[in-house]
Write a protein that binds this ligand. Structure first.
Ligand SMILES: [Zn+2]
Length: 211
């Protein structure tokens, strides 16, 4: 029977398979009968644990993957929100309209129009419609109103300045790509609508319609 100290000294070589056939038999017999040496043998035979992917490492890896996909989703949602905000802002930003992008129609009606019954003494309703060719929404800003009178306080001239503007259509409320102005006209008063475009002013008068 081998001594414990000798067995313990030989164990590393025994595990690595470097000991002789004869020693192997002696050592294995000893290990089977000596709990002390067997304990040392079992401990020595255990593989080094740091090389093994532990449960904790696996969880850390999953956490990392999860964190990565969460970040990606956050970026995508952020981009969508940003685009939406840009669109909303753009939908409220007004751009000047070029005179080439618009169609103007002027008409006279001596019956009641959308504005209601014809006022006393009026010759008719004069209506100017402007339609935008692009898919944008047409609007206008009030560019000013000018009423001229004679010495007796009678109105001689009535001028309205309109500044056409366009915006992106709002998806929730697309609105109409059309605008119009309507006024009751009287004899001896000159009616003028000035459409102030980015490139030029267009003056619209009802004179030819009255003839
Ligand atoms: Zn022993």
């Amino acid at each position: 029977m081998l001594k414990c100290n000798i067995v313990k000294d030989l164990l590393p070589s025994y595990i690595d398979g470097l000991t002789s056939e004869e020693s192997n038999q002696e050592i294995s017999e000893h290990i089977e009968n000596c709990t002390d040496c067997n304990d040392v043998y079992v401990k020595m035979k255990e593989p080094v644990s740091i090389d093994k992917p532990t449960e904790k490492n696996k969880i850390d890896f999953l956490k990392k993957v999860k964190r990565k996909s969460t970040r990606r989703i956050t970026i995508i949602i952020g981009a969508i929100i940003l685009l939406f905000i840009v669109y909303i802002v753009m939908a409220f930003v007004e751009f000047p309209v070029d005179s080439g992008g618009i169609t103007i129609q002027s008409s006279l009606n001596n019956e009641s129009l959308g504005g209601g019954a014809l006022p006393d003494g009026a010759l008719g309703w004069w209506r100017v419609e402007y339609t935008l060719g692009s898919n944008m929404v047409l609007g206008f800003r009030d560019g000013g109103y000018e009423i001229k009178t004679d010495g007796n306080g009678n109105v001689t001239s009535n001028t309205e300045i309109i500044v056409p503007r366009q915006t992106l259509p709002l998806l929730i409320n697309p609105g109409e790509n059309r605008n119009s102005i309507e006024m009751a006209i009287y004899e001896d008063v000159e009616y003028i609508i000035i459409l102030r475009f980015s490139d030029q002013d267009i003056v619209v008068k009802p004179d030819n319609l009255l003839e």
